[in-house]
Design a protein around this ligand. Structure first.
Ligand code: NZQ
Ligand code: ZN
Length: 387
């Protein structure tokens, strides 16, 4: 097993009725409440939050888009600077939480705030960020228990990451009943995003971190078991609670410890969102299986393990490895995904591979993936296979 440090300071508060605990968890007198397009007003989450924060001065900042925009978030940064706010409460899905991480990092940043994204600056100093907590409304990204975020610069259509150990939430309230109001499409997205998060950290090459593999396989099997059912029955608390916890566990850092990681599917997928605004999870369903095909030689041992343990396949290792990819595609289809770019956008997509390869080359991304073998040429092959 590789050496590792496990640092995760998030106070993870899970279960029914837990939003009321905000009254203890928020200790500031004046906070900024960040939210998205308004779903929190329609599903009762906002009311629960306000009820718990009766003694707190709350300034509200709404309108954080899915795939949050740098330009929008900078308006919240200005409010915090002007109003001298010292705590942010994010109420929403991955986009609101990610956006809040950016806001937290940008308030004291000196210089062009876009550099936080373009230069991938890491935030490690707690004195340089504004502390924040979250009330999760959409299980998918794991953002509630990790320190990463993804933000889009509207002006250039770039979707870029930020992060660092100072950007963990102080707390995250995760009440599984919030999923009752989620549209089917978002429930489907959550399952596929979490599934792919596990695959990025699991489907690499054989190593000796036995426990991490077993935990990863357990999350995958749980998502396969409950995914199709939770989409149909979001009011079933057993399904909702296991779904929410699986999504958090998929990307809270635990299964990545001591093992190699890939993340090339995400890096390519982010470009599809930046170019065509395809939902994040849907880009992963398009790219992931084709990446496994193009990188087959490098990943076949792990694909065979995945096929045997997660899908109970039998036969030769090579045959299992190939079948395991097909099983994954079938699962994504069951989860309502369309796995081709052409099925997900009306825009002209013929230049997609050229555009993405050019961007990666400009960023110096010569080799992504667990062995840095996903070269621009491989990226081209993967993207063209996805048309
Ligand atoms: O904006 P509102 O009105 O709240 O509506 C949202 C939005 O339209 C709606 N929604 C959320 N909770 C709801 C609800 N509707 C009804 N009931 C509820 N309880 O769902 C829509 C999508 O929300 P969004 O936050 O965009 O979805 P998600 O959580 O999937 O987040 C996606 C973003 O996270 C990034 C993605 O790139 C994308 O920008 N990611 C963040 C990661 C991280 N921080 O670790 C990792 C991921 O791989 C991912 O890249
Ligand atoms: Zn993701």
């Amino acid at each position: 097993m590789n050496n590792f440090e496990l640092y995760n300071p998030v106070n993870y508060v899970f279960g029914k009725g837990q939003i009321a605990k905000l009254s203890d968890l928020v200790t500031s007198k004046k906070i900024l409440l960040t939210y998205g397009g308004g779903s929190i007003f329609r599903n009762g989450v906002y009311d629960q939050v306000k009820e718990a924060l009766q003694n707190v001065e709350v300034i509200e900042f709404g309108g954080i888009e899915p795939n949050p925009r740098f330009e929008t978030l900078m308006k919240a940064v200005e409010i915090i600077r002007k109003e001298k706010i010292d705590f942010i409460l994010a109420v929403g899905g991955g986009s609101v939480i990610d956006g809040t991480k950016f806001i937290s990092a940008a308030v004291q940043f000196e210089g062009d705030e876009a550099d936080i994204l373009r230069k991938r600056i890491l935030f490690k100093d707690l004195d340089k960020v504004v502390p924040f907590g979250t009330v999760l409304t959409l299980p998918a990204t794991g953002s509630e228990m990790n320190s990463g975020a993804v933000v889009t610069i509207e002006a250039t259509h770039e979707k870029l990451t930020l992060g660092g150990s100072a950007l963990f939430p102080k707390f995250s309230i995760c009440d599984p009943t919030v999923i009752e109001s989620l549209p089917k499409r978002q429930l489907q997205n959550g399952v596929v995003d979490a599934f792919t998060h596990v695959m990025e950290q699991y489907l690499t090459y054989s190593h000796d971190a036995i426990l991490q593999d077993r935990i990863a396989e357990g999350i995958l099997q749980t998502l396969i078991e409950i995914g199709p059912r939770v989409v149909e029955n979001p009011t079933d608390y057993t399904l909702a609670s296991n779904y929410m916890w699986s999504c958090t566990m998929a990307l809270n850092g635990l299964i990545s410890k001591g093992v190699p990681a890939d993340w090339a599917t995400h890096m390519i997928g982010h470009e599809l969102t930046a170019l065509y605004e395809i939902d994040h999870a849907r880009t992963l369903a398009i790219i992931g299986p084709n990446l496994y095909k193009v990188m087959f030689e490098s990943k076949k041992e792990k694909l065979a393990q995945y096929g045997k343990r997660v899908w109970n396949l039998t036969g030769s290792n090579d045959a299992i490895a190939h079948q395991a990819i097909e099983k994954t595609v079938d699962f994504f289809h069951t989860m309502g995904m369309k796995t081709k770019i052409s099925e997900n956008t009306e825009d002209n997509y013929e230049e997609t591979a050229n555009i993405i390869v050019k961007r990666f080359e400009e960023r110096g991304w010569k080799g992504l993936g667990e062995k840095q073998e996903v070269t621009p040429e491989k990226v081209r092959e993967i993207v063209e296979m996805s048309y």
